[in-house]
Ligand binder design. Structure first.
Ligand code: F6R
Length: 366
C-alpha cells in the first residue's frame, strides 16, 4: 500500500508530479486564454461587485491561503484577507454579500473550517471551497468548488494536498483576473505555460533527494531551526517550519526575513541552522543582507534558490536549487525540498513520521 516507500509521507511527496498533472488536467484552455473550472460559476457581474476576498483555513491549508493572498492580489487587484478558521469564526468577521470567501481544506471536514464556511454563508457571502475530498462536508456546503486531484493523503503531515492547493489558488487568481479583464493575454500565457512545466520540474527536484537528505542529517540533532524568507518565501518558510516541527519535534520557527533584527537575531549563535529561501529575485538583495547578518553570528545557513543563482553560494553554507519558473509559482516547487528536509530530519531522529504524536489527520473536534 505504500508502493515500496517506507512511509506514506515519502510516497505522497513523490506523488506530487502526478498530483500536479491531475489537478491541472483540462483546466487550462490556452487557445481561449481561459481557465475552465467546472464547479465554479462566478459571473463577471458578481465579481465586479466584490469588494474583498477572504481566505479561511487551518494549519497547512492556512499557509496555502497566505500564498493565495499574494497571488490573487497581484493578478486581480482585489484586496484579500487571510484568516485562521478558529479566529475568523469568533471575531465577528466583516463580510457580506460583496465578499467572496475561499475556504481551503484537504479533508473538507475540519470543524473550525466548516464552522467558518457556515458563518460566511449566514452573513450572505458566497463560498468557494478548495478541497481534496469529493463528497466532504465542505464540498457539499460550498457554493463553488475546486477539487485538488491529489489523491488520498494518508500521512498526517500534508504535502501533495498543500502544493495542489497552491495550483488551485493560482487558477482562482487567473480565473478572476481574466473575467475582470485585469490580466493581459501575454501574462496569462506566460503563467499557464509555466504551470504546465511544474510536473517535470517537480521530478527534477525529487532527483536531488540524496543531497537534501544529507543536509537534513547535518541538523537533525539540533533543538531549534529557523526559517526566514520575504514575499512568497515567507509563507513558504512558515510551511517549512510547520512540517519540521510536527514530524521531527524540533522546535522550528519562521520569520519574515526583515523581522529578524526585531528580535530573533538574538537567538542566532554558532551552528544554529537557518533555512533561507531566496526564490523571489526582486527581493534577493534584501534577504541576502539578512543572511549575512546570520552568517556574521556563525549560523549554519542553507539557502533555497533558483537554478542559476551563483551569487548566493558565496554567502551560505549550502544551497538547494529549484528549477526556474514564473515567480508566483515558485512556492509550488520550493515546498518540495522543505518537505524532504522535514521528512529526513524526522527519520534521522527515529520519529513515527506518518503518525506524529498528539496529532490527527482530520481535526473534526474543536
Ligand atoms: C499539517 C496539516 C494540518 C492541516 C490542518 C487542516 O501538515 O496537515 O495543519 O493542514 O489540520 O486540515 P484540512 O486541510 O483537512 O482542513
Amino acid at each position: 500500500e505504500k508502493g515500496g516507500y517506507p512511509h506514506f509521507m515519502l510516497k505522497e511527496i513523490h506523488e506530487q508530479p502526478k498530483a500536479f498533472k491531475d489537478t491541472m488536467a483540462g483546466r487550462i484552455l490556452p487557445e481561449k486564454g481561459e481557465i475552465k473550472l467546472d464547479d465554479v460559476h462566478l459571473s463577471k457581474e458578481y465579481l465586479q461587485g466584490i469588494k474583498k476576498i477572504f481566505i479561511v483555513a487551518c494549519g497547512t491549508a492556512y499557509h496555502a491561503g497566505m500564498v493565495g493572498k499574494y497571488v490573487i492580489e497581484k493578478l486581480t487587484r482585489v484586496p484579500v484577507e487571510v484568516d485562521i478558521a478558529s479566529e475568523f469564526r469568533y471575531r465577528d468577521p466583516m463580510i457580506d454579500k460583496n465578499t467572496l470567501v475561499i475556504i481551503i481544506s484537504q479533508s473538507g471536514e475540519t470543524a473550525d473550517t466548516l464552522a467558518a464556511l457556515r458563518e460566511s454563508k449566514k452573513l450572505g457571502a458566497r463560498v468557494l471551497a478548495i478541497t481534496n475530498v469529493v463528497g466532504s462536508s465542505v464540498s457539499r456546503e460550498a457554493d463553488d468548488i475546486i477539487y485538488t486531484w491529489a489523491g488520498p493523503e494518508i500521512a498526517v503531515a500534508s504535502t501533495k494536498a498543500y502544493s495542489t492547493q497552491l495550483i488551485a489558488l493560482d487558477f482562482i487568481a487567473l480565473y478572476i483576473a481574466r473575467t475582470l479583464g485585469r490580466i493581459c493575454e501575454k501574462d496569462f500565457q506566460e503563467i499557464t505555460s509555466a504551470m504546465k512545466n511544474l510536473p517535470d520540474q517537480a521530478k527534477i527536484i525529487l532527483g536531488h533527494e540524496d543531497k537534501i537528505k544529507s543536509l537534513a542529517q547535518k541538523f537533525f540533532d539540533r533543538e531549534d531551526v529557523f526559517y526566514i524568507g520575504r514575499g512568497l518565501d515567507y509563507p513558504l518558510s512558515l510551511e517549512g517550519a510547520l512540517k519540521l516541527k510536527e514530524i521531527s519535534y524540533i522546535h522550528a520557527e519562521a520569520y519574515a526575513a526583515g523581522e529578524l533584527k526585531h528580535g530573533t537575531l538574538a537567538l542566532i549563535e554558532e551552528g544554529v541552522p537557518v533555512i533561507a529561501p531566496v526564490t523571489q529575485e526582486h527581493l534577493f538583495e534584501k534577504t541576502l543582507s539578512n543572511i549575512k547578518e546570520v552568517k556574521a553570528r556563525e549560523g549554519f545557513v542553507v539557502a533555497l534558490a533558483n537554478e542559476g543563482n551563483e551569487e548566493i553560494k558565496k554567502s551560505v553554507d549550502d544551497v538547494i536549487y529549484i528549477p526556474k519558473t514564473h515567480p508566483i509559482l515558485t512556492p509550488i516547487l520550493a515546498v518540495i525540498p522543505m518537505q524532504l528536509l522535514a521528512y529526513y530530519a524526522a527519520v534521522a531522529r527515529g520519529c513515527d513520521v506518518d503518525k506524529p504524536r498528539n496529532l490527527a489527520k482530520s481535526v473534526t473536534v474543536e
